[in-house]
Design a protein around this ligand. Structure first.
Ligand SMILES: Nc1ncnc2c1ncn2[C@@H]1O[C@H](COP(=O)(O)OP(=O)(O)OP(=O)(O)O)[C@@H](O)[C@H]1O
Ligand SMILES: [Mg+2]
Length: 401
């Protein structure tokens, strides 16, 4: 009998409440920790709501990858349109990704078609298209906000377009302003290819988006988990672990991918919730080759201590374990192998080295009575995978495990 994979999968209870809400392109209703930027943008555009077509804004948004530039501007666009509509002003928002629309022509045709869906795709020059845009906005008396996202892809071959767009109202002195522009880029170096006047126009209004800190990453990932996963599918502690993994790059996209993959892995293993091992496995694709290199050149005793950590972690089923648990596990392995164990201070030195080599993380907890306690965890690499690689290496060095 053939297996009906779809029926089989559909019978399994899903851990997702709404899987699409973990998608990178999903714009959530709430953008935590971007309130300051949204408020600043609102102040800049307020005049257009109270007094339609009274001014033209040209703004550049700059910031590292995956920190909510696109999402913030899209959410802002929605707010702006709604606010204008309530007061009978007409604002149109067109979001263009210049990585996809790389030439001036493609950008312009995209704008025209956003204004008039039936417009033919061919047969016009960029100059024609510019004039058509100006005509439409004037005739319909609307204000057009053009967002040029990933601007650096366009600037190399679209400098003229940006010049024309930023100047479109200049010919008409004291007249109504029908066009605003928001450019989005990772850094301002992309501006250097522009002519000086365009550069200075954009440079005057730069909004820098800062990277999120650890607490902010946690809040954001917790919120995204809350809207996309069922209750109790992920613990706060694990969200903290994901935030820690994301912190270095600061890229929320990476965190969302990890969250999605870990949930899929948990579902595949018929678990009711995500475990640290699911996150490790999800993160496996990104196992640093440098880690394997370090293992290859590791002295045998140090390798055995690492194996003891892995064994103890697996046995405990917890995310973190104490040094005492590690030592006990280490002594058992040494006894089984007939190897003389190293001293406590030597083991402590090895732990410090593991930390520097990013193989483990160590959290020092103060406890009122017992003093300080170090808790060890392995976050970046799947434990099973790690164990497999390590055992292989130790075996090639003559250790019979
Ligand atoms: N404050 C936030 N709250 C909730 N989700 C967020 C927040 N900031 C970013 N995200 C989410 O993170 C993902 C990446 O954000 P976004 O696409 O806006 O990044 P970006 O800064 O435009 O990156 P790039 O420069 O690579 O285009 C999106 O799914 C977005 O919804
Ligand atoms: Mg973006």
């Amino acid at each position: 009998m053939t297996i009906d994979y779809f029926e089989d999968l559909l019978r399994k209870p899903s851990l997702f409440k709404s899987e699409k809400k973990l998608d990178n392109n999903y714009v959530p209703k709430k953008l935590l920790h971007r309130e300051k930027e949204l408020s600043l943008l609102s102040q800049l555009f307020l005049e257009l709501i109270t007094n339609p077509n009274s001014l033209s804004r040209k703004i550049l948004i700059v910031g590292k990858t995956g920190i909510g530039k696109t999402a913030t501007i899209k959410l802002f666009g929605e707010m702006l349109i709604n606010a204008a509509a309530k007061r009978s002003g007409l604002i149109k928002y067109v979001h263009i990704n210049c990585r996809k629309e790389r030439t001036s022509y493609k950008v312009l045709i995209k704008i025209v078609r956003a204004l008039n869906n039936n417009f033919p795709k061919r047969g016009y020059s960029p100059q024609d298209l510019l004039e058509i845009i100006v005509d439409i906005v004037n005739n319909q008396n609307l204000h057009l906000l053009i967002v040029l996202d990933e601007l650096s892809y366009l600037i190399n071959n679209g400098g003229d377009l940006i010049y024309s767009l930023t100047r479109i109202n200049d010919d008409l002195f004291n007249s109504q302003q029908h066009l605003s522009i928001i450019g989005i880029a990772r850094d301002i170096s992309c501006l250097s290819n522009l002519d000086i006047s365009t550069m200075s126009t954009l440079q005057r209004n730069i909004i820098h988006f800062e990277k999120y800190n650890r607490e902010q990453l946690y809040d954001i990932l917790e919120y995204r988990a809350e809207i996309s996963l069922k209750e109790n599918v992920i613990s706060d502690k694990l969200i903290e672990s994901i935030s820690e993994l994301v912190y270095q790059s600061g890229d929320i996209r990476y965190g969302l991918n990890l969250l999605w993959k870990a949930t899929k892995i948990a579902e595949n293993q018929n678990l009711k919730y995500i475990t640290m091992e699911c996150i490790r496995l999800a993160n496996q694709d990104i196992v640093p080759f440098s880690a394997i290199d370090i293992l290859n050149y590791m002295p045998i005793q140090k390798g055995i201590l690492l194996l003891a950590i892995i064994t103890a972690l697996k046995k405990s089923g917890r995310i973190q374990i104490s040094v005492l648990e590690i030592t006990n596990s280490y002594l058992i392995i040494c006894e089984n192998l007939g190897i003389h164990p190293r001293s406590h201070s030597q083991l402590w030195n090895y732990l410090q080295e593991f930390k520097r080599e990013y193989l483990i993380t160590m959290e020092i907890k103060s406890e009122a009575i017992k003093g300080r306690k170090a808790l060890i965890s392995i976050q970046d690499i799947s434990i099973s995978k790690f164990e497999e690689i390590l055992v292989n290496i130790l075996q090639t060095k003559g250790i019979k495990i």
